[in-house]
Design a protein around this ligand. Structure first.
Ligand SMILES: [Zn+2]
Length: 348
């Protein structure tokens, strides 16, 4: 049973998703980095990169492993590229998450998925390991927020359409042997009214009928300048989670993935989602400084005041794609070592 596979270790560790790509695959330390190969060479290179990313997680002792997002350029756009109804030539400049301007593709007709997007990659990962595997998909609200909509003219309608497509993909990922499916929803930290109006409803549509575990990842973004500048404006206490936690607590989502380490999120907000499993971000992805195991352990100890030990999943704050590979490796090792300290304390 998949659920047992993912919870057999106390404090199972995982990453939010992405890991740095090798320099032979794409230019390092960069988001949206273009591929260096094409055609069949690219297909094989992505598989090789996935193998390396998997091995790095395994050597670090990570419990729930992923593909490190080696086969996608961007956590939202790569999925959308595979859908009908979105025109990537026709671009508009929009403000993403009310924060930074970006040139984005346009929704020009009904959106649909003609064929699976990540299912072959997931099967490949499944064939490489017997450990529990987690797969990340973009969340419907964050997808809507990364496009210009010239067709539905309603964020809610478009989100629900995307949610149905995500559900098709998620069911196939589950059938391919994925144990945990994650939806990345950084937009949940910005558009609170919409989250409560239709964001969580869209998420429920995306996970409908799934038997594997499901996660929603809500962070303050990668360590890029637009995000770190935004964080400076948020004041001494980040209470954004407070707006969406009550409704998330009532939702069918199994696990909530959060940014905790070096963030100004008051840890007592976790009380609002008691009962859920929590992926506690104990690694800061916006700094090259590698956490000490004791720093990681300390963040986990704080979270343990509000999360039962059997529901606590040590994790990273967000993806590590923009970091240098040795930094990311060091952070994986720190995550494992910090979790191990707390495991010892819990079993003493
Ligand atoms: Zn994130």
């Amino acid at each position: 049973m998949t659920t047992q596979r993912s919870t057999s270790t106390l404090l199972p560790t995982s990453t939010a998703g992405s890991l740095p790509k090798p320099s032979w695959l794409a230019e390092p330390e960069k988001l949206w980095s273009p591929w260096k190969l094409e055609g069949e060479e690219l297909v094989l290179a992505k598989q090789d990169a996935l193998r390396v990313a998997l091995q790095e997680q395994q050597q670090a002792g990570i419990s729930i492993v992923s593909d490190g997002e080696q086969s996608r350029q961007h956590f939202v756009t790569t999925f959308i590229e595979h859908l009908d109804g979105v025109d990537f030539e026709n671009r508009q400049t929009v403000k993403i998450r009310d924060r930074y301007e970006a040139s984005v593709p346009t929704v020009v007709g009904p959106v649909s998925r003609q064929k699976p997007v990540f299912v072959e990659d997931a099967k490949f990962l499944r064939s490489q390991t017997k450990q529990p595997i987690k797969w990340a998909l973009p969340g419907p609200m964050t997808m809507v927020d990364t496009l210009f909509d010239d067709h539905y003219k309603s964020r809610k309608t478009l989100a629900l359409e995307f949610a149905k497509i995500l559900n098709q993909e998620a069911r196939e990922l589950e059938a391919a042997g994925v144990d945990i499916i994650q939806f990345d929803e950084p937009a949940f930290n910005v558009f609170f009214e919409e989250v409560n109006d239709w964001g969580i409803e869209a998420l429920e549509t995306a996970i409908e009928g799934l038997k594997c575990e499901t996660v929603v990842h809500i962070c303050y973004g990668y360590g890029i300048k637009a995000n770190t500048d935004w964080k400076q404006t948020l004041g001494s206490e980040w209470r954004q989670y407070e707006e969406v936690f009550p409704k998330l607590q009532q939702s069918s989502i199994d696990i909530i993935s959060l940014e905790c380490h070096n963030s100004r999120v008051p840890i007592e907000l976790l009380e609002l989602i008691r009962g859920k499993k929590i992926m506690v971000g104990a690694i800061d992805v916006a700094t090259n400084t590698i956490e000490s195991p004791e720093e990681v352990a300390n963040t986990l100890r704080q979270a343990l005041k509000y999360v039962d030990a059997d529901k606590l999943y040590p994790c990273t704050n967000c993806g590590m794609a923009p970091l240098a590979r040795d930094v990311a490796r060091g952070k994986l090792a720190a995550l494992h070592a910090g979790a191990e300290i707390v495991r010892q304390e819990l079993s003493a």
